[in-house]
Write a protein that binds this ligand. Structure first.
Ligand code: AMP
Ligand code: MG
Length: 329
């Protein structure tokens, strides 16, 4: 079975073509990078509308697959920015109608879990999902993926992006801060460490870091302190999830999971508890169409198709409200 998946929840437009066993046959992505400031949903959506037709062609070419071989068309239904979601959904509906193939809606967060789960070979891991808009610890229980802990304000990636822009840089901030942090002196500045039970918050750290900056602290020291503090917070709530659930495995997802320090900190924690940690290759950590295609394939097999009339996007769709029948039994 071969499924095409479209991702367009935020800054990235991406088309993936996936076969059995999550074999990625073709993947074509393009990220919207605003010239300055953060992402304006309408501008990102315009970017997606412009690029998606070409990305479909590129993914098909890369996969050496003809449209007639595509058995279903999956798209990210939510959560995400409304105009961006609608851009992807419109292209998916059009392909579904033209190719006469079923349309499969996919939850973006569940897709991050499923691609990490299949690539890791781990049956029932906990997911630390750290991206721009989302920061959640997710585990499966009784028919659903449940959010055990999450950010109370902004996503960790959004925090890194806002900070980097505040320090004079441009989006995305995460990779730039990672490079800066490597030049740090090793001194850790005092920053708010906001863990509230299983939840985290980042806006206080943003204010405090910008205040250090205003007093003349060098960017590498700011970056290093932010990485150590923010990733310790994420490692702590992931460890508490492991302890509560008595599960030995953690997988990572989301763009911030590209970060070497975060990977190392979580791996050290998990292995210290005798468990295992898996992070997908970076192209499948960030938002991508392959994870949508793979989760679409799972959903399609268990009957998860919708008619075009019932395929509205859901910008606030909650991970724990989405049925996952393929995991039953
Ligand atoms: P996503 O929304 O999952 O595609 O992830 C995008 C977010 O990941 C942005 O906020 C980026 O700043 C962040 N990001 C990407 N690479 C890294 C990295 N190496 N370290 C930290 N954050 C990163
Ligand atoms: Mg994502």
């Amino acid at each position: 079975m071969v499924v095409l998946g479209i991702e367009s929840t935020a800054h990235t437009a991406s088309v993936g073509i996936v076969g059995e066993g999550a074999q990625v046959l073709g993947l074509a992505s393009d990220m919207y990078r605003p010239p300055h400031g953060g992402i304006h949903p309408r501008e990102a959506a315009n970017h997606h509308v412009e690029l998606l037709p070409d990305l479909v062609t590129r993914a098909l070419d890369a996969a050496h697959v003809r449209p007639t071989e595509i058995e279903a068309v999956a798209f990210a239904q939510g959560p995400g920015l409304g105009p961006c979601l609608r851009a992807g959904a419109t292209v998916a509906r059009m392909l579904s109608l033209v190719w006469e193939r079923p349309l499969v809606p996919v939850n973006h967060c569940v897709a991050h879990v499923e691609i990490a789960r299949v690539l890791s070979g781990l049956d029932d891991p906990i997911l630390l999902y750290a991206s721009g808009g989302n920061t959640q610890v997710i585990a499966y229980a009784r028919g659903r993926y449940r959010v055990l802990g999450e950010t109370l304000d902004i996503g960790v990636g959004n925090f890194l992006d806002k900070l980097w822009i505040g320090l004079g840089g441009t989006f995305p901030g995460g990779p730039a801060l990672e490079a800066e942090a490597r030049q740090g002196s090793g001194e850790i500045l005092p920053l708010p460490y906001s863990v509230h039970g299983m939840d985290v918050a980042f806006s206080g750290m943003l204010t405090a870091t910008l205040a250090h900056h205003a007093k003349g602290v060098a960017r590498p020291d700011l970056a290093y302190s932010v990485e150590v503090t923010a990733y310790s917070m994420l490692t702590e709530i992931t460890e508490r999830a492991l302890a509560h659930r008595q599960r030995g495995a953690v997988v990572l997802g989301g763009g911030v999971a590209c970060n070497e320090r975060l990977r190392t900190m979580v791996r050290t924690m998990v292995e210290g508890r005798g468990g295992s940690m898996f992070a997908p290759p970076r192209s499948l950590c960030v938002d991508n169409g392959a994870m949508i295609a793979w989760t679409g394939l799972l959903a399609f097999r268990s009957g998860g198709t919708v008619p075009v009339e019932a395929s509205a996007v859901e910008p606030r769709q909650r991970t724990d409200l989405v049925a996952t029948p393929w995991r039953a039994g």
